[in-house]
Design a protein around this ligand. Structure first.
Ligand code: XIL
Length: 444
């Protein structure tokens, strides 16, 4: 009896309750601060690439709406999407993203007017003077359609070669119009929508290297000659071969010192766990350290729809659970840490199922709180004469007595906000039909 009383006290102080029939236990929900809010407190936007065809997926839209203050259409404003055949413009999908953003006070980055990729083949067949007309017409038509609605336009994307040459990349524009196509595109863009910030955007230009030196020289020349340019976008697609450069901040700063804003435009970092989280935090800190770094865009909401989904490079996993990288970005932005901050919660309920002369089945339902979670565990304690003879839909571990089972998920334990899962077990009663004691749910 003494030991029983002591046990009851321990159970009470750890928040365990005897399960009689159905009980529900839950942790405390805290007001979560978001990426967008915490970036705004630092005077910056926090955006994501968005695909129009996912906007109808409830957790996709919920995550987008909760966390981000800017969107970039991932493909919908590219030349092949807007002007697949010459002179015929289709704005449906791009307009859908714009409407979603405008209705919620999000900024929109326009991506992209002149690019060698996702370019319809008809463009490449044109002779020089016709190509010039087509390029300027494309810029003019598209920017007019979106006049006053786009925060920043990527006027020219990826015009430089990789490697040490510092040369312009071969493209119909470069090959037929020469390097002057870039400044022509910027001049046409400024004349069309003077309110939009005009950016040059590229990748492998994140650190100081031959390619970024070439872009730097171009921007410097533009500023000296009065060619309109307001910003430089750094795509920032990182992985182990191409990590966040040690001189990222220094590189952003030297561009800013030319008198342009800088933006991180397509951030994604392949990897997982704490190493991915550290890289993300470093990238965010680099932007925050540069006063003209006006915003950060990650290249997608969830790993499952990433253009490099195999590398799980984003902040939310395929179930929209916040990854460690999310927590580290939020912390770097000065927001409330999700990890220890209690934003991840779950609750459990217990119900008895089938019952026989010698045994019964129990079922525990786990429900995520108002934030997505990436894992959970629940402790189930049985009476000393009882035994658990089977479990399903979970991975149990046991204390030395065999009477305390800690259940964790089978495989991926992610649950969307409000999402549920359940596990079950058979209790051999050995004459004691008491229900198990089900502990509170712990979320991670
Ligand atoms: C990618 C999109 O994410 C993919 O869906 C598409 O198939 C190819 O383009 N640099 C850019 C982006 O500027 O437009 C690219 O987006 C990724 C690299």
């Amino acid at each position: 009896m003494r030991s029983h009383a002591r046990k009851a006290l321990v159970l009470a102080t750890t928040g365990l309750l005897a399960a009689t029939g159905v009980v529900a236990l839950s942790g405390t929900a805290h007001a979560a601060s978001t990426l967008g809010e915490s970036a705004a407190a630092k005077g910056r936007y926090f955006g994501t690439a968005v695909a129009a065809n996912h906007l109808g997926e409830a957790p996709y839209a919920a995550t987008l709406n909760a966390e981000f203050t800017s969107v970039t259409p991932e493909n919908e404003m590219k030349w092949d999407a807007l002007e697949a055949s010459r002179g015929s413009f289709t704005y449906g999908a791009a307009d859908q993203i714009l409407a979603h953003a405008q209705g919620r006070g999000m900024k929109v980055r326009g991506h992209t007017l002149v690019w060698h990729s996702q370019l319809p083949s008809w463009v490449g067949t044109l002779a020089a003077s016709d190509l010039r007309t087509a390029m300027n017409n494309h810029i003019t038509q598209v920017m007019r359609h979106y006049q006053g609605k786009i925060h920043s336009w990527d006027v020219v994307n990826e015009a430089f070669q990789d490697g040490s040459s510092g040369a312009r990349r071969s493209s119909p524009f470069q090959d037929k119009l020469g390097s002057g196509f870039i400044e022509e595109a910027f001049r046409t863009a400024r004349a069309t929508d003077p309110a939009a910030k005009l950016c040059y955007n590229d990748y492998n230009t994140d650190g100081v290297n031959a390619k970024s030196n070439a872009v730097y020289a171009m921007v410097k020349d533009f500023k000296q000659r009065g060619v309109p340019i307001d910003c430089v976008g750094f795509q920032s697609h990182f992985n182990s071969q191409s990590p966040v450069p040690a001189d990222y901040q220094q590189n952003l700063q030297r561009f800013a010192d030319l008198g342009v804003d800088v933006q991180i435009t397509e951030l994604d970092i392949e990897g997982s766990g704490s190493s991915q989280a550290t890289s993300y935090a470093n990238a965010v800190k680099a932007c925050l350290a540069v006063s003209r770094c006006t915003g950060i865009t990650v290249w997608g909401v969830t790993d499952k729809y990433s253009w490099r989904s195999g590398g799980t490079p984003l902040l939310f996993d395929g179930n929209y659970a916040k990854k460690p990288a999310y927590d580290s970005v939020l912390a770097a932005l000065g927001g409330t840490s999700g990890g220890g901050g209690g934003t991840r919660t779950c609750s459990v309920s217990y119900a008895k199922q089938e019952e026989w002369g010698d045994r019964y089945n129990g079922k525990v339902t786990v429900t995520a709180g108002s934030s997505a979670i990436s894992g959970w565990n629940v402790r189930v304690t049985i009476a000393s004469v009882q035994e658990i003879s089977a479990t399903w839909n979970g991975t149990p571990s046991w204390d030395g007595t065999g009477k305390v089972m800690t259940m964790t998920p089978n495989g991926n334990g992610s649950l969307a906000a409000g999402g549920t899962t359940s596990f079950g077990f058979t209790v051999m009663t050995h004459g004691n039909t008491a229900p198990p004691t089900v502990g509170a749910c712990t979320a991670s």
